[in-house]
Design a binder for this molecule. Structure first.
Ligand SMILES: *Cc1c(COP(=O)(O)O)cnc(C)c1O
Length: 368
């Protein structure tokens, strides 16, 4: 039996007639941009996320960039980001002209180590972007306390953690303004690019609503030097349908994760994901660690099991960041995770039989 790393058919095929109807309705209205689907999705997502506002935008990267712009962060400013994240978090900072300052992760949760944040703050620091990596909420109360004591903004990168919570408060509702992505493979995924900003601050919400639409709230009046970063009606119509199923899909992810946790405990040198007692984990990814990462990956592939690495090269070691002159060894923990972490197949609709194949593949590797 082959086990793909991800299979979107379960999520997309089951809803296909409903989604086709929704796309047809958009055809009938001929309203393709900023119509009733975007409006309704924004209300529904704000309700889901327990925030005053949600603003639909064109992608997760754009959501981060517009959040930074709404806070007037730009050249000469510094923004703290995790050294262990997808490069988009750092790129958003660079793209507004500011400088990303990397902070190492905690090795158990993989999330930014709040104990190391203060040492990275100086007079140029304007904001912190915690990333709820792989679906586990960061320790947000401590991060908010550090931000408040230094007068910094917090922008949560919630691209991987729709519906997760820390101390029972949802991710995407802690920061001053927060960004998320609905890239097709995310826990809530569109059928193309899409993203959103969530906030409880009406002024910031108004500001990003304007910035995403050429800096205009009222037709032909442009208050800001804006952009075109709108969510489109078809993606919004799709997201409205999928949002209703998100909770059920999250439960399936958590059940699949529980199976791996039971079956893989004590096998070889495998370190299983650690979940902080106050965090919920919505298992966007199930990431294990092992010193035999590359060999296990190869051995599983030979058995027809696909795995992935999130992420093989930390942002500071990417050629795009060579100008920061942060060479190998600059962020040892992120570099260590890049060589030892392995993401196992996990998605709504994965069967126990498929997971058993994965587990047996890993056991067979260590038995050999
Ligand atoms: C996917 C992702 C993004 C970027 O989202 P896009 O919609 O692809 O632009 C940003 N940050 C994190 C942590 C992500 O996983």
């Amino acid at each position: 039996m082959k086990v793909p790393f991800i299979d979107l058919r379960f999520v997309n095929d089951s809803l296909r007639p409903e989604m086709e109807n929704a796309i047809n309705s958009v055809f009938k209205t001929s309203a393709f941009i900023l119509g009733e689907n975007v409006d309704s999705f924004e209300k529904e997502y704000a309700t889901f996320n327990h925030t005053r506002d949600a603003i639909g935008v064109s992608s997760g990267l754009d959501a981060l960039m517009l959040s930074l712009r709404a806070l007037n962060i730009g050249p000469t400013d510094e923004v703290i980001v995790p050294s262990n994240t997808y490069i988009a978090t750092a790129l958003a900072v660079s793209n507004v002209g500011a400088r990303p300052v990397f902070v190492e992760p905690k090795m158990d949760t993989f999330n930014i180590d709040q104990g190391r944040i203060s040492a990275a703050i100086n007079s140029r620091t304007k904001a912190i972007i915690p990333v709820h990596l792989y679906g586990q909420a960061c320790e947000m109360s401590a991060i908010m306390a550090i931000a408040n004591s230094h007068d910094l903004f917090v922008i949560e990168d919630n691209a991987q953690a729709h519906g997760a919570a820390f101390e029972e408060r949802l991710t995407g509702s802690w920061g001053h303004i927060n960004a998320t992505s609905f890239y097709p493979t995310k826990n809530l995924g569109a059928l193309g690019d899409a993203g959103a900003i969530t906030t409880n601050d009406q002024m910031l919400a108004d500001s990003v609503r304007s910035l995403r639409n050429y800096g205009s709230r009222v037709k032909n009046i442009h208050d800001h030097l804006g952009f075109n970063n709108r969510l489109d009606e078809i993606q919004a119509a799709i997201l409205r349908i999928k949002l209703k199923r998100l909770e059920a899909w999250t439960k399936q992810r958590q059940d699949a994760a529980a199976y791996y946790h039971t079956q893989l405990s004590g096998i070889g040198d495998v370190i299983l994901p650690f979940v902080h007692p106050e965090s919920t984990h919505v298992y966007h990814l199930f990431v294990i660690r092992t010193n035999s990462r590359d060999d296990i990956k190869q051995s599983l592939l030979e058995r027809g099991i696909e795995t992935a690495i999130h992420y093989p090269t930390p942002p500071h070691m990417q050629p795009a960041y060579s100008h920061l002159e942060l060479r190998k060894g600059a962020f040892m923990l992120a570099e260590e995770l890049a060589t030892t972490s392995l993401s196992l197949p996990l998605y709504p609709g994965i069967t126990e039989a498929q997971q058993e194949v994965v587990v047996n593949g890993i056991k067979a590797f260590f038995d050999a």
